[in-house]
Design a protein around this ligand. Structure first.
Ligand SMILES: [Zn+2]
Length: 859
């Protein structure tokens, strides 16, 4: 027996002693009696505790499952922490001033004592079922989704009917009578994971972002203490949801509720792991406690229709609606991965406006935006609007491909399951690590690279895997998971353990993920460095690449498993398309070069013109002489597909002068109608090209390159598109100088004047939308159908649904389909919920069209 853990009676005694010591902060009550006549004890903590019920509240419940001792231990620790720090810690003081916490450290006292004194793995309460068996799983005995079961001996026996048990009835009555409860946390072990509450369907919920953000903000605090990050598991179809749990009951009452699974064992080593768990959870609990008032009736309303109005390769323009925003401002947060925290570290804007443009972003990168309103007087915040996901567009020279493995090319091989390893491909999960039954297991993924051009210049690569479950990774802080390039010629058979075990490794990706950071329910991403990109480039030439995923290959004495499950996205228990491993490759292609000679040159003097020579300088009256050059761009390909990546104007001076005067020569990109001296003087300058050269430079070098910047390249593309000639003006600058002429070129010279344009062939945009978009309901599912565009650039359609607003970009909602069929069925959607569907089309870059929108109305 583990003496360090507090017994039920010690817990009650500690609470009672504290009531004596801090009567203004804590009170105690029994909310009911158990089968064995123990009191179910609740502590109420708030400043001026007599008025606790007038403040917004967090409900804490622990140890509803008897063997999950952390709940009781953490509950007591948090009570002591709040009381001892109320006078000295301003955050604790402020939180207790405006909020209340109700703590039931142990919701299952009978079971807990049975687990402590007799059978440590006991889970249920101690009801006498009358057939020789004992106990009901209290966390299956609530009413929401309650499922009746007959097997009274089962560990998850749900009881004769909902709320048949005194423990569940007690907490139900308390919650029903306390409308001030806005948040609820139910502490369990184990798994280091949050399970936010669900409604029993697979549609986004208005509180979904609040639930995930509450957990993510707790994670942020946990990580500061131990570096650990818990998983956040929510909304993953089609996993069966648990029935009759407390969390869902609280959520049904409008309470933001989550289960917190702490640690990697039900009853961990108290000194080491339990104290870590407590230390990391106390600041996390305090953070959530302080949020109680932001979900109360005093809180402002959440903003509506939070969407991306415009996307570019470096900006996202956000917009939202708010009915009455007097005294209300908005806080906007940005993250680069899902289910991350929203706090000052990623706060990007506070504004009274209802729009904001985020700038200096990376191209083709997914960003997650969050918004909440704040009352500028009370400082109370609103709940979050549903999060917005948006991907910046590609830069004009970039392409990207997200590649998924074929089902037969992704799976795992186990040391002890040689005969059946072929069955582990394209089905359910990847098991990676080591355990007693499977031995060492490696993940294997082969990606087909046919769609990447052989000469691609790879600029960015990310591999993503979805860690599904770490219940079998039973050891805290042990082992790491890594991905390696395998020499594909050393593997003839992906399903052969020995071949994978002995495969020649070309390189292990620099980034590995240690056990503590391998967070379930949250994507793991591996970003490639330069060396890794080079290796991938070499694999493009083979048309495929193979990766081996490796976890720990040894176990410490007495331990039986350190095995991580990743989703594979195929099969009955795979999460489908959304959770499939993938590689996202961003690349460009080598440019082509086009050399264009001048179609005409003109020297323009105040009172004469010379169409045979290109001269600039000053005449005898100190009036400027301009040299105008024109280039015909028609040798470049179709403007809608010409991306100019580099450009320069090369020019040679034929003479130079020996004066000591500081004379400089520059070139302007101009738009002029005619060559009259007046027009030239009143010209529209588009841009200077490169830097000026000095008189001294003309003596040193004859050849000069004027290099276009990005803006000038774009201006040249525009000129090409408008079928005009590109015109440049060379001129000298100096003060008070007469009769100075530099000659650059005449009509008969070859190769002294040229425009060198480097370009790639790539579609600039894609605008053909689908036709004939229709919506219907078949077999209780929404079906969409459409006609694809007929042009040769069309590559596919991308369908997304959103129940809150019209999807503003392909990532703004739940992805339903991507491909080139002409219909799709929304398998997981609920037909009883109204929603918008958007159908985008894309080309092979991909560029996305505007959306075709259709609405589904529920009956
Ligand atoms: Zn539990």
């Amino acid at each position: 027996m583990k003496q360090q853990y507090k017994s039920y009676q010690q817990t009650v005694d500690i609470i009672n002693e504290n009531v004596q010591k801090y009567p203004e902060l804590i009170s105690v009550q029994s909310i009911g009696k158990t089968h064995e006549n123990r009191d179910i004890v609740m502590a109420t903590i708030s400043l001026d505790v007599q008025n606790a019920s007038s403040k917004p509240a967090l409900l804490y419940t622990g140890t509803i499952h008897a063997r999950e001792w952390i709940g009781n231990e953490l509950g007591v620790a948090f009570i002591e922490y709040l009381l001892e720090n109320q006078k000295t810690n301003p955050k604790v003081a402020k939180t207790l001033k405006y909020n209340t916490i109700y703590i039931v450290p142990c919701l299952n006292p009978d079971g807990y004592e049975y687990s402590r004194s007799h059978f440590s793995f006991w889970r249920k309460n101690r009801r006498d079922n009358g057939d020789g068996t004992f106990g009901v799983d209290l966390n299956r005995n609530f009413s929401i989704g309650y499922t009746k079961s007959k097997d009274t001996n089962s560990n998850v026996y749900s009881g004769p009917n909902p709320f048949s048990e005194p423990e569940t009835t007690a907490i139900k009555n308390f919650v029903d009578n306390h409308e001030n409860i806005t948040l609820a946390l139910d502490y369990h072990s184990q798994g280091n994971v949050f399970f936010p509450a669900h409604k029993f369907n697979h549609e986004a919920e208005i509180n979904g972002t609040d639930l995930n953000t509450m957990c993510a903000n707790m994670n942020y605090e946990i990580q500061k203490v131990t570096g650990r990050k818990y998983g956040i598991h929510r909304g993953k179809p089609p996993t069966k949801l648990i029935s009759g749990s407390g969390r869902e009951y609280y959520y049904s009452k409008g309470i933001i509720a989550a289960v917190v699974e702490v640690g990697t064992r039900n009853i961990p080593d108290f000194m080491k792991n339990m104290s870590e768990s407590i230390d990391e959870n106390i600041p996390a609990l305090l953070k959530t406690f302080g949020e109680a008032q932001n979900y109360s009736k005093q809180a402002p309303l959440r903003p509506k229709n939070f969407h991306a109005k415009k996307l570019s390769s470096s900006t996202v323009s956000l917009s939202w609606n708010y009915d009455n925003n007097e005294n209300t401002y908005f806080r906007i947060f940005r993250n680069t991965s899902n289910k991350e925290s929203c706090n000052d570290a990623n706060l990007i804007c506070e504004t009274y406006n209802t729009n904001f443009t985020d700038i200096q972003l990376n191209s083709s990168t997914t960003y997650y935006y969050y918004i909440r309103a704040v009352n500028d007087k009370s400082k109370i915040k609103s709940p979050f609007a549903p999060k917005l996901k948006a991907k910046t567009t590609l830069q004009s020279h970039e392409f990207s491909k997200m590649i998924f493995p074929n089902p037969k090319d992704v799976g795992y091989v186990s040391e002890k399951l040689e005969q059946t390893n072929f069955k582990h491909f394209g089905l359910n999960s990847l098991f990676i690590g080591i355990n007693e039954t499977k031995g060492i297991s490696y993940g294997v993924m082969q990606f087909n690279l046919d769609k990447i051009p052989k000469d691609a210049i790879i600029t960015d690569v990310q591999i993503s895997l979805y860690p599904l479950n770490r219940v079998n990774a039973k050891i805290e802080n042990y082992g790491e998971w890594s991905i390696s390039f395998v020499d594909s010629s050393s593997v003839a058979e992906l399903y052969d353990y020995n071949q994978i075990n002995n495969a020649k490794i070309l390189e292990t990706l620099g980034q590995t993920i240690p056990s503590a950071k391998l967070t379930q329910g949250k994507w793991s991403h591996w970003d490639f460095n330069e060396t890794e990109k080079e290796i991938l480039s070499s694999q493009v030439k083979n048309g495929k690449v193979i990766f081996k995923i490796k976890g720990p290959t040894k176990l410490p004495a007495g331990r039986d498993s350190q095995m991580m499950m990743f989703d594979l996205g195929y099969g009955k228990f795979g999460g489908g398309l959304h959770y499939r491993p993938n590689i996202d490759i961003k690349y460009t292609v080598p440019g082509q070069e086009c050399i264009i000679e001048a179609s005409s040159v003109t020297s323009i003097y105040k009172n004469k013109q010379d169409a045979t020579n290109l001269t600039c300088g000053f005449d005898e009256n100190n009036d400027k002489v301009y040299g105008l050059m024109s280039f015909d761009l028609s040798t470049l390909p179709d403007p809608s597909k010409t991306i100019i990546t580099d450009c320069y104007l090369e020019i040679k001076n034929k003479n130079s002068t020996k004066t000591k005067l500081d004379i400089r020569y520059n070139i302007e990109f101009v738009d002029v109608e005619d060559t009259s001296y007046e027009s030239i003087q009143n010209r529209d300058r588009i841009e200077f090209i490169g830097y000026e050269v000095s008189r001294a430079d003309l003596q040193k070098n004859k050849k000069h390159k004027f290099i276009f910047d990005h803006f000038s390249c774009l201006a040249l593309e525009d000129t090409h598109k408008s079928k005009k000639e590109a015109k440049f003006l060379i001129k000298a600058t100096a003060s008070n100088i007469k009769k100075h002429y530099v000659s650059w070129h005449n009509k008969d010279n070859k190769n002294t004047l040229k425009l060198v344009v480097k370009y790639i062939n790539r579609n600039k945009r894609y605008s053909n939308q689908v036709d004939n978009l229709k919506i219907s309901t078949e077999n209780n599912k929404v079906k969409l159908s459409w006609d694809n565009p007929k042009d040769s650039e069309f590559t596919g359609v991308y369908v997304v649904r959103n129940r809150f607003h019209i999807p503003s970009n392909p990532l703004d909602g739940d992805k339903i389909y991507a491909g080139n069929d002409t219909y799709t069925i929304d398998d997981f959607g609920n037909v009883n919920i109204s929603k918008y569907y958007a159908v985008f089309t894309y080309d092979n870059v991909p560029n996305y069209s505007d959306a075709s929108i259709i609405m589904h109305k529920s009956n």
